[in-house]
Design a binder for this molecule. Structure first.
Ligand SMILES: Nc1ncnc2c1ncn2[C@@H]1O[C@H](COP(=O)(O)OP(=O)(O)OP(=O)(O)O)[C@@H](O)[C@H]1O
Length: 274
């Protein structure tokens, strides 16, 4: 039977009722749904162990490397099914992840690190590779200055920029950012945030996973809070940043120094889950 659901708008990224297991017993995600509109920027928040990395692994096709599998649900980008696809296929579909912890090839030069971002991409000419590299250097002038230096000699912030630049070499239409501020000084974090804004303004959709909730909520249009593998809150980032629950749990604020009454949290949940 043909589906009667209307086709998704081009480049909408959709996760629907996703359940992920590790081995036989660890269910890390339970029926998670979220959406990144075309050219949107969405933050995924949650405490340690909430399932943020698991969601990114499911999207990028790297779950099997961690002993995980999608049990049910779907992941689509512009209507194209990504569930169960290989990492190379996901990149070819326009969805590229910047891994947590930067993970650059420290013995390779900046230039060669950028080249690895295009490995395996089909139908791309040398001229277009050069043009993309120049766009990346324009976005990160510090990488242009150090293009022949070994990546291992860069500072933490510069390595984060290189990891982002390498992902941009594949010309993603959706960029997945895993903890871009991890281990960086506040000033460097601000620079990275500014670059994420520019990438987004130039038309790339972004899904950003962050422990630094204030940064993520400042950057994003919408946000989604995961709690022990389930979506606890979702809605416009500005509304979430005003939510008592988010302020207390993720922004480190303690309104009146008191614990929030449970009925307030329930009402907040109902409002943002709508
Ligand atoms: N390879 C794995 N094998 C078994 N269980 C795992 C594996 N990776 C993660 N888990 C479990 O899945 C759940 C979700 O973990 P996940 O790493 O996705 O959370 P997270 O929100 O990314 O946390 P963090 O911020 O600490 O990275 C946790 O209970 C974790 O222990």
């Amino acid at each position: 039977m043909r589906s009667t659901a209307p086709p998704a708008p081009p480049d909408t990224f959709e996760v629907r009722d996703l359940t992920v297991v590790y081995g036989r017993s660890v269910r890390a995600l339970h029926g998670v749904s979220l959406e990144v509109p075309a050219k949107g920027i969405v933050a995924l928040l949650g405490a340690n162990g909430a399932g943020k990395s698991t969601l990114l692994r499911a999207v990028s096709g790297t779950l099997p490397m961690h002993g995980g599998a999608v049990e049910s649900g779907s992941i689509t980008f512009g209507g194209e099914q990504l569930t169960g696809r290989s990492p190379a296929d996901v990149v070819a579909a326009g969805v590229v992840q910047v891994p947590e912890g930067r993970r650059v090839f420290s013995g390779l030069s900046v230039e060669d690190n950028l080249r690895t971002g295009r490995l395996g991409l089909r139908g791309q000419s040398r001229a277009s590779a050069r043009e993309t590299a120049e766009q990346v250097y324009a976005l990160f002038p510090v990488l242009a200055e150090r293009r022949r230096q070994a990546a291992g000699l860069l500072s933490g912030g510069e390595q984060q920029m290189l990891a982002m630049g390498r992902a941009l070499m594949a010309r993603p239409r959706l960029l997945l950012l895993d903890e871009p501020s991890l281990g960086l000084a506040p000033q460097v974090t601000e620079r990275i945030a500014g670059i994420v804004r520019r990438i987004h303004e130039e038309g790339t959709a972004v899904l950003v996973v962050e422990q630094n909730a204030s940064l993520a909520l400042e950057l994003a249009d919408r946000a989604c809070v995961l709690d022990v593998g389930r979506v606890r809150l979702a809605g416009p980032a500005e509304e979430l940043s005003r939510s008592d629950e988010v302020r207390r749990l993720y922004l480190g604020e303690h309104p009146d120094g008191d614990v929030q009454p449970p009925e307030t949290a329930t009402r907040a949940l109902a409002r943002w889950a709508a």
